[in-house]
Design a protein around this ligand. Structure first.
Ligand SMILES: *Cc1c(COP(=O)(O)O)cnc(C)c1O
Length: 406
């Protein structure tokens, strides 16, 4: 058999292994060095009590014939879909129904799998810098074109830089599918209502689909930023929203997220007929997916109880306070910083024209603090690093003391 050649054409992503190697080398040479990891892209606090209790109860249900659960609905259990519709949408005045919500084992799977429902020759637009999954999954399914100087010829890169505050504006050319992420990983920048409105207008004009990754929306609590793209009028006719409990509630190891495909969202087939995307996604999920674990869905539903909501808020506030400390320290130390006010990520520009790896090496050798080089998220990330609030307060404070001591 012939393999899918696209896999061979995809360059390895060495970012995280390169960081790990350089840290290991440094440790070998300096066995006593106490490195503080400010590059962590995973949550670090444990699950809340409400979730743990709900999962223990669910495990017990599995132990007796009367309450045992086998295959569940591929779309997810109604109890969870209804809780999401009510708490994440209806309470905020957004008319999303439980039957427009599809529970999954996380946002990463959905972001990759959504490529099943649009045409093979769709032109994809992504922000640079951005989450590498968008480009890599497009390339795996043959939507990349040729790789030239680190960029794929068929992909539209939305240039984000210091001048535009790392906010991607609609391009002056046609895209079929636009993937947006707010608050963004890695820049930590959240998108305003006006910006999202301009994207919805673009999608209407171009007959394009927006895939809106809001994995970090919980970090926007208390801000004026839209928490959902459906806060924008007409977005339910152009956008799919992908969410995750991973960063919101410490579910990175539990695996649960959801995708919203509104009834009003249509695409066109080869004969020009309008086809509901919800129908296609439902078909895709029922054919290739057997639903998320019952136990995990019980845990996720507990996030919407008063205690669950309170525990989530406390966790998010803890990370946000870390991010605030990072942002303010770096700013005072003379670095230009982006993000970090409604995001766990702080995006830092090097001071003396150093590239990403030079700044990485500088911080490691002079301060014993690790970070993620921005170049790993796209060409426009060079000269930047990402620091994260996913750490203990103590480590964050100590790392900031080291960085601010000149
Ligand atoms: C972490 C992350 C996700 C997804 O995570 P899952 O754990 O698969 O739900 C999606 N998008 C972005 C931008 C992320 O950083």
């Amino acid at each position: 058999m012939r393999i899918n050649d696209n896999f061979e054409r995809l360059p390895e992503n060495y970012l995280f292994s390169d960081v790990a190697h350089r840290l290991a080398d440094y440790r070998k040479k300096h066995p006593d060095a106490d490195i503080i990891r400010m590059d962590i892209g995973d949550v670090t606090l444990p699950l809340g009590f409400a979730v743990i209790k709900a999962m223990h109860d669910a495990v017990d249900e599995m132990a007796s014939t009367e309450t045992f659960h086998g295959y569940g609905p591929e779309q997810g259990y109604a109890f969870l879909r209804e809780a999401i519709a009510e708490h994440d949408y209806n309470r905020h005045g957004i008319a999303i129904g439980a039957d427009e919500i599809f529970i999954s084992d996380g946002a990463k799977s959905d972001l990759g799998n959504l490529g099943d429902i649009y045409s093979h020759d769709s032109v994809i637009a992504v922000a640079d810098p951005g989450y590498p999954v968008y480009v890599d999954t497009a390339v795996m399914s043959g939507r990349g074109g040729e790789l030239k100087n680190g960029r794929w010829s068929d992909i539209i890169y939305l240039e984000c830089n210091e001048e535009n505050g790392f906010i991607p504006k609609p391009p002056d050319k046609h895209a079929d599918v636009v993937i947006l992420c707010s608050p963004n990983n890695p820049t930590g920048v959240a998108y305003s209502r006006e910006l999202l409105r301009s994207w919805v207008e673009y999608a209407v004009k171009e007959n394009a689909l927006i895939i809106y990754d809001s994995a970090y929306e919980a970090f926007e609590y208390g801000s004026d930023f839209p928490r959902s793209i459906y806060e924008i009028d007409g977005a339910d006719e152009v956008a799919i929203e992908v969410r995750s409990f991973s960063k919101t509630a410490g579910f990175t190891g539990m695996r649960c997220g959801y995708t919203v495909v509104p009834h009003k969202l249509f695409g066109t087939d080869a004969d020009g007929n309008r086809i509901a995307l919800r129908k296609l996604w439902n078909r895709r999920q029922t054919t290739k997916f057997n639903g998320a674990s019952y136990i995990v869905q019980c845990g996720a539903a507990a996030l919407y109880t008063p205690q669950g909501l309170k525990e989530t808020r406390e966790t998010i506030n803890y990370y946000l306070e870390n991010a605030r400390l990072i942002r303010e320290t770096l700013h005072k130390t003379g670095y230009k910083v982006f993000g970090g006010d409604y995001s766990p990520y702080v995006w830092v520009k090097s001071r003396n024209g150093e590239d990403s790896w030079e700044l990485f090496t500088h911080l490691l050798e002079k301060k014993q603090v690790s970070c993620t080089p921005g170049i790993g998220f796209g060409r426009n990330g060079d000269g930047y690093i990402r620091l994260t609030g996913f750490n203990s307060r103590e480590n964050t404070i100590n790392a900031m003391k080291r960085i601010s001591e000149l």
